[in-house]
Ligand binder design. Structure first.
Ligand code: ZN
Ligand code: ZN
Length: 783
């Protein structure tokens, strides 16, 4: 028993993200303030504290450990044990114990308020310095090459601390105590502009002048190069789009402050908090109808804009020198990953940039900007990279004690996932593995993460698609390290990722749940292409309880890029060989040179026209019917995103299109009645936006009805996942309709609904299967 007034000894174990974030000096300061003796150290499990003092003071100490934790710390658990032995004098920070690797490293963080204040303080020695940081902010994953995380194993190894920086580094009372990337103008990285401005002209002033004059500047950031231009300059934006050739993706915009963002877009508290968070992601925000004007070329066909705030001192200094927002789009040629080295930037961005704002701190690991949708409801990550990776995600209950599992992810928007001890570590967004540079990154990052987290897999999870590069890599790795290889169904993995992301435990989500999984396509366990699925079951296994009626993917891969192909295939399926007689209102949307006759032969014979229940291609077909990008799209979601924006103003008043239901188990949803009504609307001259809204609502209504036909009882969990769930109309309307039917919708938050989240679901399912608690039947024939 601890007696009041007497000295008590306690051993306090703190778990979570508590290393490299200034946690030990936080403990040290509190202990000194509360007259507590003892010591604090990092070890393989987190932070360990030995503390002696008055029991009441110790209670206060424990409470404040959590409440006043440093901004980048995340405390998962504090455990307290009695501790015997004589109290030492004073409180010390002990040298770190061995075995640090298992706790990994925290994400890169935006410049903190204190560092920002120094940046603009004429009396501070870091005033105007582009690379200041402290334990509360700065680069982390982007500069690390090995564990343990200390300066020698980062890109800062090349810079020797000056006496002033070394003194701050060694002082527990200083904000820069053990801040590995700390730097100042005397000893740290330096900034320059290429081509060089006139002698004596500051590189930032010269870059800002170029931007104000309509130029395009490559800017080296935390995780890669951006291409910047004046976001309010229509000509500059158009020129940037022309130089990036074929790329129709929206440009992200950086604004100097939240207030400035508010001049263009509607902001709520959640969006504000996200913009200002240490992760500083791109936040997708609805444009204000009465907002200050910006060129349409920033985000063609879109009613949202992606805004972020400055997140490095360099950004702050640059934004202070220009008048308004800047485009900050990834520095690459279309479809390539963002460049990270100075050499690559000079070569690969030649012809794209007019000048290069560079520095000599190397980016070792590429980290794209993260993207979050924040409108209406909880924020949802669409791309999880800088600021979020590699922070571990806590798995819900029931996933303890599983074998260490590595999941390899999909093919597009690739990520991988390490699972162990109730946690999942999802890699940053890497990109499309068909791209050689992205595949290289994938390999390098996989080695790095295994090193950072001291991880050896016993189980390796892959998609059941045998041709995904991630599948091939996983099979090779399994042979190499003697791990068990487990194939996981694509859509089952989406469902499991959603359930796990939402914190649904194994007991609740093991069976009896439903999944509405809507995406482009993935291989189903029956060997056909799936993409509009109603799954019944849960973590332990699923059956296909319903799906969208398969329609031929005419021309295979060409159908992904040319929406008109899907329109013809849909109409022919709905109306048969005489489809042209019904389709008068859309015939003029078929591209003039489109080989329609060839396509019809394909559909007739089934040659190069595999049936596919894709939801994504249905969106493309409907968009094409309205004349939205019928000939060609630059990226998979382009037509669907335009359709969503067009529909939004009409959603509140539109009536859903009808659908047809066939089959019992599985239920099959057909679209002939929808197409009939849509063509009638077109013939009657209805507004395209209304038609788009009726389609969105019709899809939602059909899926909800089909879920009922598939046997969902009151209170059933319905997981909503797949890339189509990035569509905010579909997401919101599905949730509302499911709730109205007394079911419980489950949605994504921290992990993308698209294939970027696939690895989490794969990891969870494969670990269960290897543990004898999952269903291992999800194998297509012939694999
Ligand atoms: Zn700071
Ligand atoms: Zn220095």
């Amino acid at each position: 028993m601890e007696a009041a007034g007497a000295m008590a000894g306690r051993r306090i174990r703190v778990r979570g993200l508590v290393q490299g974030v200034g946690f030990r000096p936080h403990v040290w300061r509190l202990a000194r303030m509360l007259d507590i003796a003892g010591d604090v150290a990092n070890d393989g499990e987190g932070v360990i504290i030995h503390a002696w003092g008055d029991p009441a003071a110790l209670d206060g100490f424990q409470d404040r450990l959590r409440r006043e934790a440093p901004p980048l710390a995340r405390i998962d658990a504090i455990q307290v044990f009695p501790h015997r032995g004589p109290a030492p004098r004073g409180f010390t920070i002990a040298a770190s114990a061995a075995g640090l690797a298992r706790t990994g490293i925290v994400p890169d963080a935006a410049t903190c308020p204190a560092c920002r204040a120094e940046l603009f303080d004429p009396a501070d020695r870091r005033q105007g310095y582009a690379f200041g940081n402290c334990t509360h902010c700065g680069p982390r994953l982007s500069i690390v090459s090995a564990i343990p995380y200390d300066r020698a194993n980062t890109a800062m190894a090349a810079f020797t601390l000056c006496p002033a920086c070394a003194a701050e580094y060694a002082d527990p009372a200083d904000r820069r105590f053990h801040a590995q990337p700390t730097a100042c103008p005397a000893c740290g990285p330096r900034l320059w502009l290429e081509p060089a401005p006139e002698t004596g002209v500051d590189p930032l002033d010269a870059a800002a002048a170029l931007l104000r004059a309509g130029g395009i500047v490559a800017v080296k950031g935390i995780g890669g190069f951006h291409l910047a231009c004046d976001a309010a300059d229509t000509k500059a934006v158009a020129e940037l789009r022309r130089r990036k050739a074929r790329d129709a993706k929206p440009f992200a915009v950086m604004a100097g402050s939240v207030e400035e963002v508010g001049r263009y877009c509607r902001l709520d508290d959640a969006a504000r908090a996200l913009l200002l968070s240490p992760a500083a992601p791109i936040v997708l925000l609805p444009r204000r109808p009465d907002g200050a004007p910006l060129p349409d070329g920033l985000a063609p066909d879109q009613d949202h804009l992606g805004f972020m705030l400055p997140y490095t001192p360099l950004h702050h200094l640059l934004m202070a020198r220009v008048d308004g927002p800047l485009v900050m789009t990834s520095g690459n040629r279309s479809d390539e990953p963002q460049v990270i080295t100075n050499e690559d930037a000079r070569v690969r961005l030649a012809g794209l940039a007019d000048a290069w704002l560079m520095h000599d701190r190397a980016i070792l690991n590429r980290l794209d900007d993260s993207v979050v949708a924040a409108t209406g409801g909880a924020p949802a990550l669409l791309r999880r990279a800088r600021g979020y990776a590699p922070a571990p995600l806590a798995l819900p209950s029931g996933f303890e004690g599983l074998p260490p599992t590595l999941a390899m992810g999909g093919e597009l928007k690739a990520t991988f996932c390490l699972l162990r001890e109730g946690q999942a570590i999802l890699s940053q967004h890497i990109g499309d593995l068909e791209n050689a540079a992205a595949l290289d990154d994938y390999r390098v990052l996989l080695r790095l993460y295994r090193d950072l987290f001291d991880f050896t897999p016993e189980v390796i999870a892959v998609d059941i698609h045998p041709d995904y590069l991630s599948t091939t890599l996983g099979a090779g790795l399994a042979r190499e390290c003697g791990a068990r290889l487990v194939s996981v169904g694509h859509h089952h993995a989406h469902m499991a990722a959603c359930l796990a992301d939402a914190g649904i435990g194994l007991a609740e989500g093991g069976d009896g749940a439903f999944g509405l999984i809507l995406d482009g396509l993935g291989l189903g366990p029956d060997g056909t292409l799936w993409g509009g699925e109603i799954l019944r079951g849960g973590y332990r296994g699923v059956t296909r309880a319903g799906h969208i009626a398969p329609v031929a993917l005419a021309g295979g891969a060409a159908a992904m890029r040319q929406p008109w192909r899907n329109l013809v295939a849909q109409l022919r399926q709905a109306f048969g060989e005489t489809w042209r007689d019904q389709a008068a209102p859309v015939l003029n949307h078929l591209p003039p040179a489109a080989p329609v006759a060839v396509l019809e032969r394909m559909l007739e014979t089934g040659t190069n026209a595999p049936p596919c229940s894709s939801a994504g291609r249905l969106f493309d077909a409907v968009a094409a019917a309205l004349g939205i990008h019928p000939a060609r799209i630059g990226h998979e979601a382009q037509a669907a995103m335009a359709l969503e924006a067009l529909a939004r103003p009409h959603v509140a008043t539109a009536r859903p299109y009808p659908a047809a239901f066939g089959g019992a188990d599985p239920v099959v949803v057909g679209w002939a009645p929808m197409w009939r009504a849509l063509l009638d609307d077109l013939a009657a001259g209805e507004a395209p936006g209304l038609i788009a809204a009726r389609f969105h609502l019709g899809l939602v209504e059909a899926l909800v009805q089909a879920t009922g036909r598939a046997g969902a009882g009151p209170g059933a969990l319905v997981a909503l996942s797949g890339g189509v769930l990035q569509n905010r109309i579909i997401l919101h309307e599905l949730q509302a309709r499911l709730r109205a039917a007394d079911w419980r919708p489950v949605i994504h938050g921290q992990v993308p609904a698209n294939d970027g989240g696939l690895a989490l679901g794969q990891a969870v399912l494969a670990a269960l299967i290897a543990d004898g608690r999952g269903d291992d039947r999800a194998k297509p024939p012939g694999i």
